[in-house]
Design a binder for this molecule. Structure first.
Ligand SMILES: *[C@@H]1O[C@H](CO)[C@@H](O)[C@H](O)[C@H]1NC(C)=O
Ligand SMILES: *[C@@H]1O[C@H](CO)[C@@H](O)[C@H](O)[C@H]1NC(C)=O
Ligand SMILES: *[C@@H]1O[C@H](CO)[C@@H](O)[C@H](O)[C@H]1NC(C)=O
Ligand SMILES: *[C@@H]1O[C@H](CO)[C@@H](O)[C@H](O)[C@H]1NC(C)=O
Length: 296
């Protein structure tokens, strides 16, 4: 038989060991839990299981701060489970001191700007520089790359749905010009917003056909390159879901329709407001005691 004192010591030390083990396992448990949380958080986009990725490059100019701010709101409140969509603003070299500072601040806050090595222009090579530079500068590839204007309203959910079942390669998608044409092979997709599959972006980078032919209307040129290269066997013109704002451009325009993907030529705030109201965008606003906004 153990002496009483020894027994007390032994039970005290086993108690300490039990506490210790409990403490260790608790720590390990909370550690693994937080690690799992971190891993889950980091993988969230994978778990959602999006079907494809799309980069939308909105062509704009460094000085268009107000438009960018507005478009960040317009695209920031849209989402779709179908695709991972990144929206970035695209411009050429910044030449002005003030803009360098402001754009730097924007990048620090939003990280949604790509500055290409070109001089700002409409029809002398910005689109070529855009597509041909992307494979070199992007950290990852996308399934699709879009070029869009800053006066177009894109609805991301219907856009993603419309791409969902289309080929991921050799695809040229948009709104075919001329306006009345319903044949996606005649002639080219409007600059309002067209999509190329990643293989075509890489082809533009590699081939000397685009490199040799960069001056002229940018959207028309893309069509010419693809024709000359015998590329883009898959072509989709999404009429009537893409169009110009009513009354702004003859046969390219029609009334706003519910299943719209893109409305183009939104130059005036009044036009943007009509479009946002037509699609009930601000009706998603949650009621709150903090504000009361009534629409007439
Ligand atoms: C940018 O373009 C200019 C003119 O085309 C060229 O001289 C220069 O090397 C380019 N810079 C980079 C970083 O690619
Ligand atoms: C754009 O800016 C970079 C860096 O300042 C310069 O190296 C390049 O030559 C410029 N490119 C053009 C086309 O002006
Ligand atoms: C590029 O342009 C040059 C000069 O016009 C021409 O000789 C050459 O054949 C063109 N290359 C291609 C691949 O079109
Ligand atoms: C907007 O909401 C109204 C009223 O609820 C509805 O009648 C209309 O169809 C909606 N418009 C669109 C484009 O969904």
């Amino acid at each position: 038989m153990m002496p009483r004192k020894n027994l007390l010591l032994a039970s005290l030390s086993s108690f300490a060991i039990v506490i210790f083990i409990f403490f260790i396992s608790f720590t390990i448990h909370s550690l693994t839990t937080s690690l799992t949380n971190i891993i889950l958080l980091q993988q969230a986009p994978l778990i959602v299981n999006t079907q494809f990725t799309l980069l939308i490059g909105i062509f704009t100019r460094p000085g268009n701060f107000d438009r960018r701010h507005f478009l960040r709101l317009v695209y920031g409140i849209q989402s779709t489970p179908i695709a991972r969509i990144d929206v970035k603003f695209i411009f050429c070299n910044i030449t002005n001191r003030e803009q360098r500072t402001f754009v730097s601040l924007e990048i620090m806050r939003f990280n949604d700007i790509i500055v290409l090595n070109c001089t700002e222009n409409m029809n002398s090579g910005k689109t070529y520089t855009y597509f041909s530079t992307l494979p070199q500068i992007l950290p990852t590839r996308y399934d699709y790359v879009m070029k869009a204007d800053d006066d177009v309203y894109l609805r991301l959910e219907p856009l993603a749905s419309s791409l969902q079942s289309l080929p991921r390669v050799d695809l040229y998608y948009g709104f075919v010009i001329p306006c009345p044409s319903m044949n996606p092979f005649v002639h080219y997709m409007s600059g309002m917003g067209f999509v190329l599959s990643w293989d075509l972006v890489e082809w533009i980078r590699r081939s000397n056909i685009p490199a040799n032919n960069t001056y002229g209307p940018e959207d028309k040129l893309v069509g010419q390159w693809l024709n000359m290269g015998n590329k883009a066997k898959n072509r989709v013109s999404n009429k009537p879901k893409m169009y110009d704002y009513p009354g702004t451009n003859g046969k390219c325009s029609h009334e706003l329709i519910p299943d719209t993907i893109a409305v183009h030529r939104l130059k005036k705030w009044e036009q943007w407001i009509n479009v946002l109201r037509f699609f009930n965008v601000t009706k998603q606003l949650q009621p709150s005691s903090l504000y009361s906004i009534s629409y007439d």
